[in-house]
Design a protein around this ligand. Structure first.
Ligand SMILES: Cc1cc2nc3c(=O)[nH]c(=O)nc-3n(C[C@H](O)[C@H](O)[C@H](O)COP(=O)(O)O)c2cc1C
Length: 372
C-alpha cells in the first residue's frame, strides 16, 4: 500500500455510532475530515467483531452483515477525499461491562467469564467473518487490536492468562489466539491486502503482563507470519489507562461520572498517582527500538505522545519508527498534518489533558474538551 506521507491516525473509539453499533453521519464525517486533513493512513475506530466484544453501547461494530452498508459509506468517504483506511478489528474481552454486552465479560481466565475451547474457536471464526465484511465494505487493510488489555492482549499476557491448556502456559500457547486469528483473516483477505497488528510492548499491569522481552518474542512470530506493519503501544484501558494515554489525570471530570459515595476515595487515590505518569515525546519509541531487531523487514511504528514535528522527523530520520501514529492531537486538530505540510505550525496544540478519554469512558461523544 502506497501512502502519501508517514502520518497515521491511530485508532480512536468515539461513541459516535448508534445504539446498535451502526455507522452514523458523525462517524463518516470524522473519518472524512482526517482524510481531508492529509493523514497518510487512517485507522478506523475499534470495531467489535462479536456482540460479546463490544466495549461500549455506541462503539462501532462489524459483527453482522447489516453493518456493511454503513461501513461502506465510511470507506467511500475516505476514498473520495483521497485517503486510505484500515479497519481496526477487536474484541473487548474482560475490558467491558455486563450491561453493555448482556452477559458476563469473557476472557482467557477468571471465574465465570473463562472461555472454553468452543467459545475461543467461535471468536476466531468471528474475526474471520468480520474481516470478510471489512473487505466487502472497501477497507484498504485491517489492523488487529491486540493491545490495551482487550481479549487478544489478555491471551498474550501472563497477567490475564493463567490457562494450562493449548491456549496458555507458555509463550507459544499464549500466542495461539493471535496466530489463529491472523490465519483465519488471511484466508478471506485478498492477496496483497495489508494486515497490521497493534501490540503492547508493556502492559503495566499490577503483576507482570507483557514486558518488552516477551513483546520482542511475539514480534518475531508476527514478522515470520508476514504481518505488514506493527504498531507499538502500552497500557491497558482498565488497569493502566494513564500509561496508555500519558498526560494529565482530569480528576474533576472523573469524579463527575461517579456515584456520590465513591467520590472521596477515588479522589484520594487519583491525587496520589497524579504525577506518576510522566509525559514524554514519543513515549513508546524506546520500546519500539528494543523490538526492532525482532521485526526484521516488517514496518514498525510507535504511537503515543508525538507532539513536535521536529521530534517526529528526528525519530523517522534515525530509523527508530517507520511511521508516526497520532491519536489525541488529531481529535483536536484533524487538519494537523496539512498544517504541518503548509508550514502553518510545527507542533500539535493538544495538551494531553485526557478529557477526550474521559468523554469516551463517560459514554459521551469523543471530541476535544480543552477549554481554549
Ligand atoms: C479517546 C481515545 C480513544 C481511543 N480509542 C482507541 C481505539 O479504538 N483503539 C486503539 O487501539 N487505541 C485507542 N486509543 C489509544 C490511541 O490510539 C493511542 O494509542 C494513545 O492515545 C496514545 O497516542 P497519542 O498520544 O497520540 O494520543 C484511544 C485513545 C483515546 C484518547
Amino acid at each position: 500500500m502506497a501512502l502519501k506521507n508517514r502520518f497515521v491516525a491511530s485508532a480512536c473509539e468515539d461513541n459516535l455510532a448508534d445504539d446498535r453499533g451502526w455507522a452514523t453521519n458523525a462517524v463518516i464525517r470524522k473519518h472524512r475530515k482526517l482524510a481531508e486533513g492529509d493523514v497518510g493512513l487512517i485507522i478506523s475506530s475499534h470495531l467489535s467483531v462479536q456482540p460479546s466484544g463490544r466495549t461500549r453501547i455506541k462503539q462501532l461494530g462489524i459483527h453482522n452483515d447489516q453493518m456493511i452498508p454503513g461501513l461502506h459509506q465510511l470507506a467511500k468517504a475516505v476514498h473520495e477525499a483521497e485517503g486510505k483506511i484500515v479497519f481496526q478489528l477487536g474484541h473487548a474481552g474482560l475490558g467491558t461491562k455486563q450491561h453493555v454486552i448482556g452477559r458476563l465479560p469473557m476472557g482467557p481466565s477468571g471465574g465465570q467469564g473463562e472461555m472454553d475451547g468452543g467459545e475461543i474457536r467461535e471468536t476466531i471464526k468471528a474475526f474471520g467473518r468480520a474481516a470478510e465484511r471489512a473487505v466487502i465494505a472497501g477497507a484498504d487493510g485491517i489492523q488487529i487490536h491486540a493491545a490495551h488489555g482487550y481479549l487478544i492482549n489478555e491471551f498474550l499476557s501472563p497477567f490475564f492468562n493463567q490457562r494450562r491448556d493449548d491456549w496458555g502456559g507458555s509463550e507459544e500457547n499464549s500466542f495461539r489466539m493471535l496466530g489463529s486469528v491472523i490465519r483465519e483473516m488471511r484466508h478471506v483477505m485478498p492477496d496483497g491486502m495489508p494486515l497490521l497488528v497493534k501490540l503492547n510492548a508493556h502492559d503495566h499491569t499490577p503483576q507482570a503482563g507483557i514486558t518488552p522481552p516477551l513483546a520482542a518474542q511475539y514480534t518475531e512470530r508476527l514478522a515470520a507470519m508476514g504481518i505488514d506493519g506493527l504498531e507499538v503501544s502500552c497500557g491497558t484501558s482498565v488497569h493502566s489507562p494513564w500509561n496508555m494515554c500519558r498526560g494529565d489525570i482530569p480528576v474533576k471530570e472523573i469524579l463527575q461520572n461517579l456515584p456520590e459515595e465513591r467520590k472521596a476515595r477515588v479522589e484520594a487515590t487519583l491525587e496520589k498517582i497524579k504525577n506518576k505518569f510522566e509525559f514524554a515525546e514519543g513515549y513508546n519509541l524506546e520500546h519500539a527500538v528494543l523490538m526492532r531487531p525482532a521485526a526484521g523487514h516488517m514496518p514498525l511504528f510507535a504511537v503515543g505522545g508525538w507532539r513536535h514535528l521536529r521530534d517526529m522527523e528526528e525519530a523517522v530520520a534515525k530509523g527508530a519508527t517507520d511511521l508516526i501514529a497520532l491519536c489525541r492531537p488529531l481529535i483536536r486538530e484533524p487538519a494537523l498534518v496539512r498544517k504541518f505540510r503548509e508550514g502553518k505550525t510545527c507542533k500539535a496544540s493538544c495538551t494531553s489533558c485526557n478529557r477526550c478519554l474521559m468523554a469516551l469512558a463517560g459514554q459521551m461523544p469523543v471530541r476535544c474538551h480543552l477549554r481554549s
